[in-house]
Design a protein around this ligand. Structure first.
Ligand SMILES: Cc1cc2nc3c(=O)[nH]c(=O)nc-3n(C[C@H](O)[C@H](O)[C@H](O)COP(=O)(O)O)c2cc1C
Length: 315
């Protein structure tokens, strides 16, 4: 038996909630333990940007403790305890709704598996007793769901790519994603059998993955085809005008554009794929640049005096 957690950022008992609850019910029928949480109904304060979490991890003093004392710890505990995590958000202005971003910022550096792994190694070497909990390092799989009211998928375009943020930090392998668009056409998803069937298919993907006897099979992509990036299975690129290069917005990896008649293809080398920020090597690259660059930053002389000019501008 595994643990399956769903986090919904939609309205209570509306489309996102019910899509996720349908996935959970199927997982429960298959014998898994389920949990459903609505961060919008909890006290989740926005990140203040103080970086105490990162400093705590790098110094060996904490496991990423936040200065806020709110309900976030409950979500964090459930997230780490789960084997599979499904996150659903409504589309607001082509992107996920606001609390979702607050949740990602709070997950951010404080849950980074590369920071945690390096911290564990260093602490064992230095004889520091406080180690990150074991469930930080167990494999987690994830699914993402976006629900848009507009009649075209076009108006949901940035939602799933942005939602990868919620899986990136803790190193969760996303195995399926789905966009339910046109949700305003029908009063409720319970009147849209095609979408309820898609929820059942997502549940089956989770059940199949959790039945795997090896990590490679557990983590493999089980969602739909038609994507251009072989790592995140999405197609959101930055195009470098005048070159044959593209950059995956989610993974941060660079690919080459290949033109075959009127068709365009994208090629990502094995080296680039390995350094995706969805994979460990990419996270470690970032962890090292922060640990060696940002934590030993250059000082600015007379900063207080220099700031004086800007202190009350526009007030
Ligand atoms: C502020 C706001 C902005 C929205 N922007 C979009 C949008 O850009 N694209 C879209 O497809 N739907 C948009 N919608 C519609 C919601 O995505 C839709 O109502 C959805 O069903 C909400 O999910 P829920 O029913 O689970 O709460 C917007 C709704 C609101 C309230």
């Amino acid at each position: 038996m595994s643990k399956v957690l769903a986090l919904s950022f939609g309205r209570k008992m509306s489309n996102t909630d019910v899509f996720l609850k349908e996935v959970l019910l199927k997982c429960q029928e298959a014998g898994h333990e389920i949990k459903f949480m609505r961060p919008d109904d909890m006290d989740i304060k926005p990140c203040t940007g103080c970086c105490a979490c990162v400093v705590g991890i790098l110094s060996g003093r904490t496991n990423g403790t936040c200065i806020h004392k709110d309900d976030f710890q409950q979500i964090s505990d459930a997230y780490y305890e789960a084997d599979a995590i499904i996150i659903g958000a409504p589309v607001y202005e082509t992107s996920p709704s606001g609390t979702f971003k607050t949740f990602c910022d709070r997950m951010g550096p404080s849950h980074d598996v590369a920071f945690m792994t390096e911290a564990k190694k260093e602490r064992l070497e230095r004889g520091i007793e406080l180690l990150p909990p074991d469930n930080v390092f167990k494999p987690h799989i994830g699914c993402l769901v976006a629900v848009g009211g507009a009649m075209t998928e076009n108006w949901t375009i940035m939602t799933i790519p942005v939602m990868y943020e919620s899986m990136m930090s803790a190193g969760v392998d996303v195995i399926d994603t789905h966009v339910y668009y046109g949700a305003m056409e029908t009063e409720h998803i319970l009147g849209v059998p095609k979408e309820m069937e898609r929820a059942d298919r997502m549940a089956q993907n989770i059940i199949d993955a959790l039945a795997s006897d090896n990590e490679e099979d557990l983590k493999k992509w089980r969602g739909d085809g038609g994507y251009a990036c072989p790592v995140c299975h999405q197609s959101m690129f930055r195009v470098h005008e005048g070159t044959d290069r593209v950059e995956c917005a989610i993974c941060g990896i660079e690919g080459k554009v290949l033109i075959d008649g009127h068709r365009v293809h994208y090629e990502f080398s094995e080296e680039e794929q390995a350094r995706s920020r969805m994979r460990y090597a990419g996270k470690l690259e970032h962890r090292n640049e922060i640990a060696h660059g940002a934590m030993t930053q250059k000082k600015v002389e007379n900063l207080k005096a220099l700031k004086e000019k800007y202190l009350h501008v526009g007030e």
